[in-house]
Design a protein around this ligand. Structure first.
Ligand code: NAD
Length: 245
């Protein structure tokens, strides 16, 4: 990753922050993109070559402006790791259209916005790699996360279609599908009273524990690297075997 220019959305926390660390350690120049500007500054200041990029992925025009700024300051963009995401656990019948819009805006449209902004820069550079973060919920469904599961399934299908479109430009597009990973998002769900649901998911996980953010970050780094040069359109489960195949 020496001197590669990398953008990580959701880089201020959890899996995104671990992804920033993994790329920075591998020698990349990393833009820590997040709506949480203070968090992005904090993570960026902990890694040589990292810098904060204030970004709300639901604001497509703002995403484009931020991406264009990074590309002109650093001579292009090599890797986009989309990690930003959000959910709240509740039965589907208790959700409302405002909630649907928020979940879709962050988890699905956010990925459309960043890919749309970054791909022209990768085409100009003659290649690149995109890794989108879905969830095993997007392959198997997750009780209490119906809308979220739909957005993550959408991320997987979108990524496959995009992989087909952009392969001719030397751009690879892959997906990581985490299971339960110990992050502030997961801890928030537990503190909101969903600990028993999480315990049940751990029981259904052959490797019976939560994942660590670094374990997902390693998978993202691999898929973004030249070691994965013949891999595109794939979904890699990082979930202790929760979903197989
Ligand atoms: P987290 O809450 O710790 O971090 C998410 C980050 O995304 C935060 O820094 C937040 O500020 C940022 N973010 C939220 N909305 C944003 C927006 N509009 N624009 C820019 N940034 C925004 O969560 P996490 O657990 O690290 O999750 C990271 C990704 O992994 C998400 O896509 C999530 O859906 C996925 N995932 C997590 C788990 C898990 O168990 N933790 C499981 C499956 C999938």
């Amino acid at each position: 990753m020496n001197d590669k220019v990398v953008l990580v959305t959701g880089g201020a926390s959890g899996i995104g922050a671990a992804t920033v660390a993994a790329f920075a350690e591998a020698g990349a120049v990393v833009g820590v993109c997040d709506i949480d500007e203070a968090g992005a500054e904090r993570v960026a200041s902990a890694h040589e070559g990292a810098f904060a990029v204030p970004m709300d992925v639901t604001d497509a025009a703002g995403v484009k402006a931020a991406v264009d700024d990074v590309a002109s300051a650093h001579g292009g963009i090599d890797v986009l790791a989309n990690v930003a995401g959000w959910d709240r656990v509740m039965p589907f019948v208790e959700t409302d259209p405002e909630f649907w819009d928020r979940v879709i805006a962050i988890n699905y449209r956010g990925i459309l916005a960043t890919c749309h902004a970054v791909i022209p820069h990768m085409v100009a550079r003659g290649g690149g790699a995109i890794v989108n973060t879905a969830s095993e919920a997007g392959r198997n469904g997750s009780s209490g996360e119906a809308v979220y599961s739909g957005t993550k399934g959408g991320v997987i299908a979108f990524s496959k279609a995009l992989a087909r479109e952009v392969a001719r430009h030397g751009i690879r597009v892959n997906v990581v599908a985490p299971g339960l990973v110990d992050t502030p998002l997961l801890q928030g769900m537990i503190s909101e009273g969903h600990g028993r649901l999480m315990e049940a998911i751990v029981k259904a996980t052959p490797i019976r524990r939560f994942g660590r953010p670094e374990e997902v970050a390693e998978a993202i780094l691999f898929l973004a690297s030249d070691r994965a040069s013949f891999i595109t359109g794939q979904t890699l489960g990082v979930s202790g075997g929760l979903v197989m195949g």
